[in-house]
Design a protein around this ligand. Structure first.
Ligand code: G3P
Length: 218
């Protein structure tokens, strides 16, 4: 399972990368705004800065919603760095753009996936990744993990190459359950990744080992 971090915060990206388990980064316009990154040139530079930290796929989202605009923006983003993956919304012109990019060997991440039908369409159009938002489904009393399971079955039935990128991950159990189902990738905030480290028995056991060593080496 690949681990992506879902943030535009460079310090958090560095911290996850330093742990040695990071395979990529996902961003979106909200995450960029949260870091105060505004204006075309600053946003482009920020993507380059992220690519210079992580040796892996970095999703950069288009703002355009019409085919020509998505293609123009996507090509400009892809030209920034070889690690850029063009993030395209699940809309009609987005699906057409996924097909266009796949024929040009430009990697894509189809975002805002909330149904199996949308994931099937994105795979048919040649998306590199699909991003089902599991936390946002949970927010409306619908189990996001059921969607990951459905998409896994469909992609396995037809041997689609499109990778399932579980997004809107909120906590470590999401990560574990996505791994059990067989999501190819998860993207989550730094705290969800770091929470995988924790177990009180590990802390207690280590404290005991260190205390016993200290007793024997007085
Ligand atoms: O990767 C998608 C993600 O940024 C959405 O997460 O927590 O805003 O639903 P959230």
């Amino acid at each position: 399972m690949k681990f992506f971090i879902d943030t535009a915060n460079l310090d958090e990206i560095k911290e996850a990368n330093d742990l040695g388990v990071l395979d990529g980064v996902t961003t979106n316009p909200s995450l960029m705004a949260k870091e105060g990154i505004t204006g075309h040139d600053n946003i482009m530079q920020h993507y380059i800065d992220i690519c210079n930290i992580v040796d892996g796929d970095v999703s950069a989202e288009v703002i355009a919603t019409d085919f020509d605009g998505i293609v123009k923006e996507g090509e400009a983003l892809a030209a920034l760095h070889e690690n850029i993956v063009v993030k395209v919304p699940m809309i009609k012109d987005g699906v057409k753009a996924l097909k266009y990019f796949s024929e040009k060997d430009i990697k894509t991440n189809c975002t805002l996936i909330f149904s199996a039908g949308q994931a099937l369409l994105a795979a048919k159009a040649g998306a590199t990744y699909v991003s089902p938002f599991i936390g946002r489904l949970d927010d409306v009393s619908t189990d996001g993990l059921d969607l990951i399971d459905q998409i896994r079955t469909i992609y396995d039935n037809y041997l689609f190459d499109t990778e399932i990128l579980a997004a809107s991950v909120r906590h470590p159990m999401h990560i574990i359950q996505c791994a059990e189902i067989g999501a190819d990738v998860m993207t989550g905030p730094l705290k969800s990744i770091m929470a995988l480290l924790n177990h009180p028995l590990t802390d207690n056991g280590l404290a005991q080992f260190l205390a016993d060593y200290a007793k024997g080496n007085k």
